[in-house]
Each structure stands twice: as structure tokens, then as C-alpha cells.
Design a protein around this ligand. Structure first.
Ligand code: TXA
Ligand code: MG
Length: 332
């Protein structure tokens, strides 16, 4: 894959001007590509929703250049927020805090809270520093498809709709940020992501359990968001993979198996793709693998998942949703 040259200072300056003028900029972060607009301009944020085809009631994350800037968007920045920010920013962590109203209701989905994140990708950092304010940005994919981890994915999904697409190469983390809700006395993880739960708890010095978002409409919590468009996704252990593949072949479906090693007894007609055994390396490739399965019109995608530790929890979460999402869909 040709690696694009990183956008230079002029390109960053132009992109920041586009944001100030109410335009929409797709930009790389270390997790996935974001589709950004000025978080204080309602019309600009509305354009992002329209481009994605996403319901306007979903809150989006505000991206800023530093923890000091993040504090300017929150009614309070509690001690635990400071500790987590110091440990993981810039990086793949989003903190939900009480909003001070600077983020427009289009950004917060009308909630009294705001999601804040300081990304670490050098292009995102340069853009946010140059822009100075907050950039409201969901992942730069059409609503209901997997998040983009390259600029080409963004163009595949959104074509020429964004005013600017900054190409910063493939994303390093490959899955979205971990979301930690700090708006009550009981901190909770709303979405597993690029910072493992173990690391959050170590810094917090207390358990930070996963809590299924209830009242909050979190888009990343719907099953079909992680489902490939055509392929039916099935997870299997290394020991089960050959049998699952054989069943699918018997149903007349084409089969691709993703596993660290070719499963024993795998039928010759099943296609095998070797994937990293380590959770972090697997996470980096996950969304690309799902997109590639669709591009190849694979019927059934059998995935042998990496261990659940570290980034494995985020991977397991996305695979579970992808499997559920692809099961619930009608086949043509
Ligand atoms: O890694 C990421 O987080 C990427 C990159 C671009 O930063 N962004 C991302 O955005 O995944 P999106 O919109 O696809 O997912 C954002 C999640 C949603 O589930 C949303 O509900 C939640 O963040 N969120 C945002 N603001 C919130 C708030 N005030 N309260 C609760 N959840 C919020
Ligand atoms: Mg998304």
C-alpha cells in the first residue's frame, strides 16, 4: 500500500481554516479516522451528521489539543479525570464529564455532559493546535459501517463529501477510544477501546467496571455498526474453526478463516488468512480485515479471536457486535 506523505504545515493551516469557516475535515487519529467540525458551531456539526447519515440525537466526542484545553469544556475537571488525563492523554481515552455549555447541543446530543479526548496522532495534534478550539468528530464512516482506519476507507465511505481529507497513513491502534464516564461517583467504562480496562483501573486505584450505556444513545453500542456488510461473521476457537468452516461450506457459502495458524483439518475450499496472535496487533488490523472480507464478497468469515487481555477486550467486544449484527441481517 502506498504510504502517503504526511500533510505539511500548509495543508494543516488550510484544514484549520476550513473548520473555522464551518466546514468538515476528515483527519487521522491513532484510533480511527474522524469526521470533524467546530464543536461550537451547530450548523457545522449538523453537516457531519448529514454526511454520516447518523441520527442527530447521538452525542459526539470533542477533540482538543491538551488537558488544559479539555478543562475549558467541562463544568468541573475532577481529580480522577486529572489522573487519567495525565496517564493516557494524548491517547485513545475519552472522558465523559459535565459540560459547561461551550459544546453546542448538536455536539452533546442535548445531554448535560460532554465527551473529551486528546488524540496522539501527530496530524490530529497539529490540526487541533492550529485550530485552537474543539473539534467534534465521530468516526469518518457512513452510519452503520465499520470505522475507517485509512484515508482510502474514508473516501470509500464518504466520497468527496468532506471538504478536506487529511491522509496520515494507517491508524496505529485500529479500534476506537476507551470511553470512561466520570459524571457520577461510580466511574464506569462505556466502551472498551484503545486503553485497556486493566490500565484504567491501575491508574484509578479502584475498579472501573464496564457499564452498558442506558439512557445515553451511544452509537458505538449498536450491533450492526461493527458488522461487515455482506459477510456473516462467526467467532470460533482454534479447535472449532475447521468444523464451523465445514458447516458453512456445506451450506454453499464461501468461507474465509482468520486465525494465527491454519486450523487443523480445515477444508481445502476454505480460504485461510493468517492474522496476528497478539491482541494489539490484531486490533490494528481488525477493521481492515472486515472491509477486505466484504470487498472479496466472502460469505462466512470465521474469526479465531486473540486472548481477551489488554486490547483483546476491545477486539472481543467488536467481534461480538459484528457477529450479532451480521446474524440479524437478511441475506440476498
Ligand atoms: O476513537 C474514537 O473515539 C473515535 C476517534 C475519531 O476519536 N471516535 C469515535 O466516535 O469513535 P463515535 O462518534 O463513532 O463514537 C463516540 C461515542 C459514541 O458512542 C457516543 O455515544 C459517545 O462516544 N459519547 C460522546 N459524547 C458522549 C456523552 N456526552 N455522553 C455519553 N457518551 C458520549
Ligand atoms: Mg463510530
Amino acid at each position: 500500500m502506498p504510504r502517503a506523505r504526511a500533510p505539511g504545515r500548509d495543508a494543516i493551516r488550510r484544514a484549520a481554516d476550513v473548520l473555522r469557516a464551518g466546514g468538515v475535515v476528515a483527519f487521522p487519529t491513532e484510533t480511527v479516522y474522524g469526521l470533524g467540525a467546530d464543536a461550537s458551531q451547530a450548523d457545522a456539526v449538523a453537516r457531519v451528521f448529514a454526511m454520516k447519515g447518523r441520527p442527530a440525537t447521538h452525542p459526539v466526542i470533542v477533540h482538543v489539543s491538551s488537558a488544559a484545553e479539555a478543562a475549558r469544556w467541562a463544568a468541573a475537571f475532577p481529580p480522577l479525570a486529572k489522573r487519567l488525563a495525565r496517564a493516557f492523554w494524548p491517547g485513545p481515552l475519552t472522558l465523559i464529564l459535565r459540560s459547561n455549555g461551550r459544546a453546542c447541543p448538536e455536539t452533546t446530543g442535548g445531554l448535560p455532559t460532554v465527551g473529551l479526548r486528546v488524540p496522539s496522532h501527530p496530524v490530529a495534534r497539529a490540526l487541533l493546535r492550529e485550530f485552537g478550539g474543539g473539534v467534534a468528530a465521530p468516526s469518518a464512516n457512513r452510519y452503520g459501517s465499520v470505522s475507517p482506519t485509512t484515508a482510502a476507507h474514508v473516501r470509500d465511505d464518504l466520497g468527496a463529501e468532506p471538504d478536506v481529507v487529511l491522509d496520515g497513513g494507517p491508524c496505529d491502534v485500529g479500534v476506537e477510544s476507551t470511553i470512561v464516564d466520570l459524571t457520577s461517583d461510580e466511574p464506569a467504562i462505556l466502551r472498551h477501546g484503545g486503553v485497556p480496562q486493566e490500565d484504567i483501573e491501575r491508574v484509578a486505584g479502584r475498579p472501573v467496571p464496564f457499564r452498558r450505556p442506558g439512557r445515553v444513545r451511544a452509537s458505538g453500542t449498536h450491533a450492526r455498526h461493527y458488522a461487515p456488510r455482506h459477510a456473516r461473521l462467526v467467532t470460533a476457537t482454534a479447535g472449532e474453526a475447521a468444523r464451523v468452516a465445514a458447516d458453512a461450506l456445506r451450506d454453499g457459502r464461501s468461507v474465509r478463516v482468520l486465525a494465527p495458524r491454519r486450523p487443523r483439518g480445515l477444508a481445502r475450499q476454505a480460504e485461510f488468512v493468517a492474522v496476528p496472535a497478539a491482541p494489539r496487533a490484531f486490533a490494528r488490523r481488525l477493521y481492515r480485515l472486515l472491509r477486505e472480507a466484504d470487498d472479496a464478497r466472502v460469505g462466512v468469515l470465521v474469526v479465531v479471536a486473540p486472548p481477551d487481555s489488554g486490547l483483546g477486550a476491545a477486539v472481543a467486544d467488536r467481534l461480538r457486535r459484528a457477529a450479532a449484527g451480521s446474524r440479524g441481517r437478511r441475506r440476498g
